[in-house]
Design a protein around this ligand. Structure first.
Ligand code: NAP
Length: 335
């Protein structure tokens, strides 16, 4: 079978396609999955693009979707033919014992899903949403679950809330769709007027160009008649957090998710305190969160926005496309 590995010292030019033996038959508690799709996240890009981030020979990609080919003794949750999707933290099944790094994440601390088949513990997967393509299903592992966790698990979104989403990457578009499906008002930002039009077409109630309106927090205050937004899906990090605090109402929930503008910076702590806002860091979620998310998706009329799909062998090209920032929503791999 084919797989992609990242050769030392890393960097997109060192992604190599290999022929290897197919995985072993599944033992007790294991399943064999014929992988059909993956999806690209900023995290996958970073660990492949930054030299030295991954060890020699690591198989990249955290997201994997496909079909169960065989189940080992004792597996009752899945049967051959089931469509499944991988989980981001295989060792975080449920509860509050949260991981705080990527040492157990496929495609980072262990091998990921840029390959045609795997034999792994059944608990590393959940069922895919019903009727979804493999490309669509692959988008739930990282981007989708992060948006769900931020809005539903941590912020407790309810109909009538006003939600701010920043930019048009995978997490933000999912957050827009979920928030709209759950009865919220959405204010969305982008650096591109053409993308703002697409955000409106997807259901955004208000859109702001964050390049031409750098004080977009004040604009969100204006759009909410001075009340402020209830939830901010904060994917920018240090260069956007101050505006997110301005945008939020007193008591707002700010889901601190992203590092698009850097990994450290100044935080206006006094403003955060005075507005009594909650700043909640998060990394994706547990397998139980994903089970709840899939159940939610089966009840909602929602499909992820896939910008473009590439073949497995073209992973480097797919990452370069992601690097260009021209995408809207998810970029996928078809395996
Ligand atoms: N903590 C977690 O669990 C978790 C999970 C998933 C992702 N993340 C993080 O969340 C971030 C987004 O991930 P992703 O996979 O959705 O990325 P992505 O698909 O690569 O998103 C890129 C988009 O972000 C937007 N952007 C860039 N700079 C921005 C800024 N200053 N203000 C607002 N938007 C900006 C751009 O939108 P426009 O072109 O429209 O301007 C760009 O197209 C990344 O930092 C990633 O590491 C964290």
């Amino acid at each position: 079978m084919k797989q992609i590995v990242l050769r030392a010292p890393g960097g997109l030019d060192n992604l190599a396609l290999e022929d290897v033996a197919p995985p072993a038959e599944p033992g007790a508690g294991y399943i064999t999955v014929r992988l059909r799709a993956s999806s690209l996240n900023y995290h996958d890009y970073r660990v492949c693009a930054v030299e030295g981030a991954l060890p020699d020979g690591r198989i990249p990609m955290a997201d994997g979707a496909g079909v169960v080919e065989a189940v080992g003794p004792g597996v009752t949750a899945f049967a051959p033919g089931d469509n499944v999707v991988s989980v981001f933290f295989p060792d975080w099944q449920t509860g509050d014992d949260r991981p705080f790094n990527f040492s157990t994440t496929p495609g980072d601390g262990r091998d990921g899903y840029a390959r045609e088949a795997v034999t792994l513990p059944a608990s590393w997967f959940t069922h895919a949403p019903e009727g979804w393509s493999h490309e669509e299903a692959a988008t739930i592992t990282t981007a989708g679950l992060t948006a769900w966790r931020a809005l539903v698990v941590d912020a407790g979104i309810k109909a009538g809330d006003v939600v701010a989403v920043l930019g048009t990457g995978g997490v933000s578009i999912y957050a827009l769709q979920l928030a709209k499906a759950m009865g919220a008002t959405v204010i969305a930002t982008s650096s591109s007027d053409a993308k703002l039009e697409r955000l409106t077409a997807l259901g955004a109630d208000h859109v702001i160009n964050y390049r031409t309106t750098p004080e977009w927090g004040a604009e969100m205050q204006r759009l909410t008649d001075g009340r402020g937004v209830d939830i901010v899906v904060e994917v920018g990090g240090p260069a956007t957090l101050a505006q997110s605090i301005v945008a939020g109402r007193p008591g707002a929930h700010i889901a601190l998710i992203g590092v698009l503008t850097g990994r450290a910076g100044e935080v206006p702590t006094a403003a955060l305190m005075a507005k009594q806002q909650r700043l909640q860091g998060l990394i994706v979620g547990s397998r139980q969160h994903q089970l709840d998310f899939v159940r939610g998706l089966n009840a909602l009329n929602l499909r992820p926005v896939i910008d473009r799909s590439f073949a497995l062998a073209d992973l480097a090209e797919a990452f370069r496309y992601q690097e260009s920032g021209t995408h809207f929503g998810k970029i996928c791999l078809t395996i």
